[in-house]
Design a protein around this ligand. Structure first.
Ligand SMILES: [Zn+2]
Length: 442
């Protein structure tokens, strides 16, 4: 052994490395080397041992190492409302349950506590990056920072007055001030987040577009989720929401449109032409009976599609493994084609496609030299995962969040053998007990 081995901070040997880029590749007995927060090498383990000496060397003999999963659409703090009002349609669910609870309870503390609970759940599920949209984004930021996760924070705008803000202008002003305060945090990025076309007027949408262009950040919005939304838009504006956004100039590469369940052919073509991004939330769409989004058609037309869980109140899991499996299965049901949405494509939706939607595909979303060391080890030794002919197929169809063993964000180990390093288990239990009692005293 020569003395010329290069020192790295972290070396992970894995039975398999699935880098996502290039596509469809599973590297057997490979290692990933990390210096500070970046990946510096991916190579066969035998070569890595000759090349590097590591401060921390982790051997994962039964594991598949994948890029950190990205949750491209969530309302993290809604974890406190998980299971509070199941089995009702979207508008009734919102107006009879979710909005009244929010009116009564939301505060800085609610959002910090709910977001911390969500971070604990997401990290243990191998999610390293979440695109969040909720009230009191400053409180959400503090929870994300504590957890060590990467986050895109939505500057939420909605006409409904809440304890956080009084009107659309007030929401926008507060959100922009919070962005100014935290814009230098390296693990944070920002989106303008008008809630939906039916909760934000044209004047506010135009203003939001101006800020998005000036600040060069994406616009994150719920769009074409239900037939009710389309009917209401016809009544009020005599056009579909996408047409309305197009007239306002919002249809472009900075648009991250969540749900897109009801899309006509010309709208899919428009999205492809304009480089819009779509967030598919299969569990939420099924649970609220919104319908089945035409994901295979969007992808076939060249639209970039990522995956999200939506909030825990409409899912009720913050679990991208279950979204991957459902997206693949639902894609086949929707098209009548078993070849639709194959495993490798769904894994790309959960990683690189979502990174691309947030404009960060050069930084995260695959195991590539130069990118952030956002890495997840999935333990394939469980009986339920045997045998394994194809690790990529297993990741989508067989493995679950319960198989996640290690999670690194920015080169830091945040989950070690399923145990959270940054969040205290007892604190999370206390938070859940406290809010459950406040929301629904027993
Ligand atoms: Zn949502």
């Amino acid at each position: 052994m020569s003395n010329s081995r290069q020192t790295v901070d972290l070396l992970i040997d894995a039975q398999w490395v699935v880098p996502v880029r290039p596509s469809k590749v599973s590297l057997k007995n490979h290692s990933v080397a990390v210096v500070a927060n970046r990946i510096v090498a991916i190579m066969p383990t035998t070569d890595a041992h000759k090349t590097f000496v590591a401060d921390k060397h982790i051997v994962l003999g039964n594991h598949v190492l994948i890029p950190g999963l990205i949750n491209l659409h969530t309302h993290a703090a809604m974890s406190l409302m998980r299971g509070q009002a199941d089995d009702s349609p979207l508008m009734r669910w919102l107006s009879d349950h979710i909005w009244p609870t929010e009116t009564r309870h939301i505060s800085e503390q609610f959002v910090y506590d709910g977001t911390l609970l969500a971070c604990a759940e997401m990290l243990r599920a191998g999610i390293t990056f979440a695109n969040d949209m909720y009230f009191f984004p400053g409180a959400a930021i503090r929870a994300f920072i504590k957890s060590g996760m990467r986050a895109a924070i939505g500057i939420i705008v909605i006409y409904l007055p809440t304890a956080y803000a009084s009107d659309a202008q007030n929401y926008l002003d507060k959100g922009l001030a919070i962005r100014d305060e935290y814009k230098h945090e390296t693990k944070l990025s920002f989106c303008l987040a008008p809630d939906a076309p039916y909760t934000v007027n044209d004047k506010s949408l135009t203003q939001i577009l101006t800020y998005a262009e000036q600040l060069n950040i994406p616009i994150h919005i719920h769009l074409h989720e239900t037939l009710d939304e389309l009917r209401q838009s016809q009544t009020q504006y005599s056009m579909r929401p996408i047409e309305r956004l197009q007239k306002l100039g919002m249809i472009g590469p900075g648009l991250l449109a969540v749900h897109c369940v009801h899309m006509e052919k010309h709208e899919i073509a428009l999205f492809a032409r304009q480089g819009c991004h779509v967030v598919h939330c299969p569990s939420s769409n099924m649970k609220l009976a919104s319908g089945i989004a035409p994901i295979a058609e969007l992808l076939a037309n060249g639209v970039n599609v990522g995956l999200g869980t939506d909030g825990a109140a409409s899912n009720n899991r913050l679990d991208i493994f279950s979204e991957m499996r459902l997206a693949a299965l639902l894609g086949k049901v929707a098209t009548g084609q078993a070849s639709a949405l194959p495993a490798h494509q769904v894994l790309e939706m959960a990683t690189i496609n979502s990174a691309k939607a947030l404009g960060l595909e050069d930084q995260t979303g695959s195991i590539s030299v130069g990118k952030y060391a956002d890495l997840v080890a999935v333990d394939f030794s469980a009986i339920e995962l045997l045998p394994c002919y194809d690790p990529i197929s297993h990741l989508v169809y067989v493995a679950g969040r319960e198989n996640v063993s290690h999670v690194w964000v920015d080169g830091k180990l945040l989950v070690d053998q399923g145990k959270l390093n940054t969040i205290d288990r007892q604190e999370i239990q206390g938070i859940a007990n406290y809010w459950q009692n406040r929301i629904s005293p027993s």
